[in-house]
Design a protein around this ligand. Structure first.
Ligand SMILES: Nc1ncnc2c1ncn2[C@@H]1O[C@H](COP(=O)(O)OP(=O)(O)OP(=O)(O)O)[C@@H](O)[C@H]1O
Length: 216
């Protein structure tokens, strides 16, 4: 099944052409890297797929649905049911502990038994012993695992990650990629990961390379 299809997608910011006529197809269950120099359009590509930005021209289908023509409220519902975004900065709620950071998301999305689900995920992420800690009491790698746990609360079919290891050392980066890979293999989640880190390329089943907004 096709997870993501881009047809002739371009994105301009004023007179900056961030993406130029991109055609791309990602199948469900793929583990894909997006690589390319700074400013080549990696983040823009992910934001367009998530529907956080609209393309200037072209169309994007996610799991058979055209996200470019959807209204904002439909789109946020669609996103919530299908996609999660993982960022370089973790954006955790600093005043809440780890368990609460997960349960709050579950409650907002009306997940069944959010606390039970959060505890199961923390166990899976090997973070149970940190559940009562606040984010600032955790290492960068642990904070990113919490952010991933929060993303997993909504059982996404697709995870879009923008430089998810950008703030981490090599050891923590490998741990995050091993986690992504097991989620891909065990739960069939499709991954699209933008990264600069060439040491992580061996994880990818396929690499999409961008230069100056074009696929190369
Ligand atoms: N909101 C915006 N307004 C104006 N220009 C933008 C905006 N977002 C991105 N751009 C421009 O679009 C181009 C592509 O940016 P993008 O962030 O997608 O690249 P990137 O490959 O993710 O870079 P990096 O690796 O540095 O994060 C750049 O020239 C950037 O300056």
């Amino acid at each position: 099944m096709k997870a993501i299809t881009l047809r002739d997608v371009s994105k301009e910011y004023g007179n900056v052409k961030a993406l130029k006529s991109i055609n791309l197809e990602i199948m469900s269950g793929e583990f894909v890297g997006i690589m390319g120099p700074s400013g080549s359009g990696k983040s823009t590509l992910l934001y367009l797929i998530a529907g956080l930005e609209k393309p200037t021209s072209g169309s994007i289908e996610v799991l058979g649905t055209d996200v470019t023509s959807m209204k904002e409220d439909q789109l946020s519902e669609f996103r919530k049911n299908n996609m999660a975004f993982v960022f370089q900065f973790y954006y955790l709620l600093e005043d809440f502990n780890v368990l609460e950071n997960l349960t709050i998301v579950g409650e907002l999305a009306r997940v069944k038994e959010p606390k039970k689900k959060a505890l199961e995920l923390l166990d899976y992420l090997r973070l149970s012993h940190r559940k009562n800690h606040k984010p600032n009491q955790l290492s960068g790698g642990e904070q990113q695992r919490v952010a991933i746990g929060r993303a997993l609360m909504l059982e996404p079919k697709i995870i879009l990650a923008d430089e998810p290891t950008g703030n981490l050392d090599m050891e923590d980066s490998l741990r995050i990629f091993n986690l992504f890979k097991s989620l891909n293999e065990e739960k069939g989640i499709t991954f699209l990961i933008a990264t600069h880190n060439v040491e992580l390329t061996s994880y990818f089943g396929r690499i999409v390379r961008l230069r100056d907004g074009m696929l190369v």
